[in-house]
Design a binder for this molecule. Sequence first.
Ligand code: GLU
Length: 552
Amino acid sequence: MNYKDIAELLFPSVNGTIADLEKEFPIRNLKKEACVTRFAPSPTGFLHIGSLYVSLISSTLAKQSDGVFYLRIEDTDKKREVEGGVSQIINTLKDYKIIFDEGAIDENKELGEYGPYHQSKRKRIYQTCAKELVSHGLAYPCFCTTEELDQNRILQEQHKEAIGYYGKFAKCRDLTLETIKEKLNRGETFVIRYNSFLDKTPTAICNDLVKGKIEFPTNQSDTIILKSGGLPTYHFAHIVDDHFMRTTHVIRGDEWLSSYPVHEQLFRAIGFALPNYIHIAPIMKNDGNSKRKLSKRKDSEAIVSYYNELGYPIESVLDYLMNIANSSFEDWRKNNPLANLIDFKFKISNLPKAGALFDLIKLNSVSKNIISNFTEEECLNRIKTWSEKYEPEFYDYIQNNEEVFKKSIPLWKGNQKRPRKDIAKWQDLTLNLSYLYKPSNAIEDYELDEFLSEQKANIFIDKYKKIIDFSFDQTQWFNQIKELASQLNYCCDIKEYKKNPSEYEGSIADMCALLRIILTGKKDGPDLYSLLQLMGLDLFNKRVACFKNNFA
Ligand code: GLU
């Protein structure tokens, strides 16, 4: 068979060779240990939290080894593409400070010598490689229609045979030059398939750097490498791009592991060295009694923008993801609360083999720590930026009441000596600070109970509002509270109270709790004197009125 003529017939305008491409994209001049990694999203819009996780791992590996991290846009499936999908992904990654050394850094701008970095612009490169495979009889054009392929599948299912394009089902494997010419003249469309018949290697071995050695039977179905428009399938693009972009570590979701035999086969056929592989276990979620992957369709927390909308600082999300990636991170962070994430010595071998469960409680706890370490100014700036975009009413409140708002920051954030961990995300503030932000709104869930009752609260506040004095210092204020406690039969000596609780309305702590509930709705919260100072008479009156309305 004259394979060269077939190749010429199929790709008349392709002049270069693989050897030319090797020269065009030379081995990178980097030190031996440098990792070249990539993030290779398809522009289908939203960025999945799992993709942020994989790109965090990839960029960390590249940065820590003085390597290169690049962005490749996998846009060969025009049907699935979403308008603006590329910019959305690029901008979200930028927000998360995932910085690329090269690649499709902007919708229209590329950086680096190994491009183009949009697969849709790399047709020449894929076709050069495919032509060479055809010219060696390793690939061939397939003209089968969807109906014919469906027919194959039905027969295979009926006879319980493996599904695929092989053996007697591979009708186009040995078409002659003449037949191919005729079909082309008739305008029949074709794809290019790799000819797996020639592969006699029994097994495909994947030495995954995390999952270890995994053995598969060699692929025996003729994989499509070029689709009918001449663009590659994922499988072929992966081989060609990761080779010519000189990727050293392919880090991708482990849903690709089952395609590994196809990839290994193609790498071998074309004569390219295999890269290192790290197949990342997905982030999972409990669903009834079983676990499943976080799904873009079902779970709002699967999409990165969800965290931005709620106002999680990006540092919190990144720290949380690094926690999943390497369990030793948690201790490191405890000892280095202010250190830059990149200074953590990330280890490939510590990546989890199985999918970690997404844990919102853990994320919140990580985030509370991060927020408690921000300066007050940082908090203010971030809250403003967040609320302007996502909570305009809260933004207006801050703009109009900046001084009071600023004073509230140490109340919920604490200070270095005594950090408070009330806030996991900026949206929490809209509830947590409702006593400032929406003072006249009724709080439906005042934390009253049988003991700290509405009746006790009313008796207390009716007296207290008559004597409250905002000019008192803390000692004067507390002395007045103590005096009132004695009048109302609340015990100021906790030991004494514990001995004879039935003789009192409660302790002084209970009386303070009543005041706090009236003002904020909650039993716990910041220091009461500071809270009153922050509120001032006007807000105090509003809150008391609000409490009264609620129990009218
Ligand atoms: N475009 C593929 C995806 O989005 C990339 C997989 C890979 O990293 O190789 O799943």
